[in-house]
Design a protein around this ligand. Structure first.
Ligand SMILES: NC(=O)c1ccc[n+]([C@@H]2O[C@H](COP(=O)([O-])OP(=O)(O)OC[C@H]3O[C@@H](n4cnc5c(N)ncnc54)[C@H](OP(=O)(O)O)[C@@H]3O)[C@@H](O)[C@H]2O)c1
Length: 285
């Protein structure tokens, strides 16, 4: 077990914290004294988690966030920035798999949710993270990113092409790793370190689109949400990870990512396109 930094007085925002890995991450960080902001798309699903954290003596708050709608991302960031408090850790945990479609602004659904929404959220919250340094950005990626063969930028502005949306998921998770690397190349700024990780194969709600009886059988071979949250907690709060920047983690250890993750030109192209695609009406706070 690695040593954790002192979390009393720390403010940590976690996306998709109403269930699965994100929920456990929020609960564990709150237990250790952090104030946690749960940025999620459903108040109905999130309020019971906020209430449970508060009932155990923790400090938690719900902020509405739909990552598939860039206006909602701007509104969520604005709400956070209006608070007169620091932001020490941003955990981009929410993720979508197994569905097809387009986001509100017309981007491929899985990429738009898993990468583009988080890109804009991070960009808008970066000034607050910098002012709160030392600060961290944790991007929950996946081992699936190893399967990605590259990024077809044209496809990212269209409806999901494949039937299972697995190929799109792999690209979105490679984007999480490229984004992390690019943040660490000086984009995040002084005192802000970035991390990407694979949580393991976790028996969370992520498999909701897999039909019965395959789903319960698959879940028998997976780790629990508690175990799945460990690598996120390591990146977000361990003293050891605090000394590292721009790396990929699996089972709380640094692991070599897909070799495409080292492609600086690809990372820059993804960054530039993400800026262009999220720039439409920048929020002013
Ligand atoms: N489970 C695994 O084996 C596994 C493996 C590798 C990587 N991961 C990654 O781990 C992360 C957490 O996944 P999980 O396993 O805990 O899955 P989960 O139980 O399905 O939780 C996913 C979370 O993301 C939220 N979300 C989805 N679309 C959203 C949107 N448009 N706006 C805001 N929030 C949205 C969900 O909200 P709702 O509840 O409202 O839908 C939920 O809170 C994801 O990034 C996933 O890709 C998981």
């Amino acid at each position: 077990m690695h040593r954790f930094m002192e979390l009393k007085g720390k403010v940590i925002l976690i996306t998709g914290a109403n269930t699965g890995i994100g929920r456990v991450t929020a609960e564990k960080l709150a237990q250790r004294g952090a104030r946690v902001i749960l940025a999620c798309r459903s108040k109905e699903k999130t309020q019971p988690v906020v209430d449970a954290i508060k009932a155990s003596g923790g400090d938690a708050e719900f902020v509405p966030l739909d990552l598939a709608d860039l206006d909602s991302v701007r509104a969520a960031a604005e709400l956070v920035l209006q608070k007169d408090e620091p932001l020490h850790v941003l955990i981009n945990n929410a993720g979508l798999a197994g569905l097809r479609g387009q986001t509100k602004q017309g981007f491929e659904l899985i990429f738009g949710t898993n990468h583009l929404g988080h890109f804009l959220l991070t960009e808008l919250l970066l000034p607050r993270l910098r002012n709160s340094a030392p600060a961290r950005i944790v991007n929950v990626s996946s081992g699936s990113h190893y399967q990605a063969k590259g990024i077809d930028f044209g496809a990212l502005k269209e409806r999901t092409k494949t039937v299972t949306s697995m190929a799109e998921y792999e690209v979105s998770k490679l984007a999480n790793v490229l984004f992390t690397k690019e943040l660490a190349r000086g984009r995040a700024g002084e005192g802000v370190t970035s991390y990407a990780l694979h949580p393991g194969m976790v028996a969370s709600d992520a498999w909701r689109e897999i039909p019965w009886p395959v789903r319960p059988i698959m879940k028998l071979f997976m780790i629990t949400n508690e175990e799945g949250a460990e690598t996120t907690l390591h990146c977000a709060a361990s003293d050891e990870a605090g000394k590292e920047d721009g790396l990929f983690y699996d089972k709380k250890k640094v692991r070599e990512p897909n070799k495409l993750a080292h492609d600086e030109a690809l990372a820059k192209e993804l960054w530039d396109k993400s800026v262009e695609w999220t720039r439409a009406s920048p929020v002013v706070v």
